[in-house]
Design a protein around this ligand. Structure first.
Ligand SMILES: CC(C)(COP(=O)(O)OP(=O)(O)OC[C@H]1O[C@@H](n2cnc3c(N)ncnc32)[C@H](O)[C@@H]1OP(=O)(O)O)[C@@H](O)C(=O)NCCC(=O)NCCS
Length: 166
């Protein structure tokens, strides 16, 4: 099976919107959410994962609090189309997009220092972030969204799949 990750482009919008709508049923106006995020490059950097000729999912990364030499990156949103879930794609999408992003930031004389990610307390995505990003739980905010939100942080030194010769 041919699986690959690439930067999101304007002609991916329709499919990303569809996946967003299926993955986050309580969120409004998928189209505006996706378009405004894609248009906010390089504050937001977006990738898609293809399986053969179909986009199976997307990831939005965000640079926090300015364009800093030492970047605090947030995994802003990830979703895999229901037809493609539980096949290991999220892990490929996170690692491959992060490797590409790390290289791009390096070319701009920036380096990823830490990664922030959050998810609701009952979402199994927490385990994905712990496994793939070696993320550690640092806080729980009980009254933010519908359910308590868990915040996790990972350090660059724990991201063994990145080029640490930078
Ligand atoms: C969360 C999400 C991105 C995971 O993507 P995915 O490609 O299906 O996940 P993977 O196949 O890479 O699975 C990663 C791990 O999660 C486990 N997993 C996958 N689906 C699961 C489910 N429905 N329930 C429990 N565990 C599950 C897998 O078994 C795997 O664990 P392992 O590494 O121990 O084998 C996807 O389910 C999704 O889009 N969900 C809706 C949107 C969402 O919740 N996004 C995250 C918001 S923080």
């Amino acid at each position: 099976m041919n699986i690959f990750v690439q930067k999101a482009q304007q002609d991916h919008v329709e499919r990303i919107v569809q996946i967003h709508g299926l993955a986050f049923i309580r969120q409004k106006d998928s189209y505006q959410w996706v378009v405004s995020t894609l248009n906010a490059y390089p504050r937001y950097i977006c990738y898609v994962i293809y399986v053969e000729d179909q986009i199976a999912g997307y990831i939005f990364w965000a640079q926090k609090s300015g364009f800093r030499p030492e970047v605090i990156l947030e995994l802003d949103q990830i979703a895999i189309h229901p037809n493609f879930q539980a096949k290991g794609l999220s892990k490929i999408l996170i690692t491959d997009s992060l490797k590409m992003l790390d290289l791009e930031l390096h070319q701009n004389e920036q380096i990823i220092k830490k990664i922030l990610v959050s998810t609701s307390k009952d979402n199994f995505a927490k385990k994905i972030y712990q496994d793939v990003l070696a993320a550690k739980e640092v806080a729980v905010i009980s009254d933010l969204f519908r359910l308590a939100e868990v915040y996790l942080i990972s350090d660059r030194q724990d991201l063994k799949f990145l080029d640490n010769s930078f």
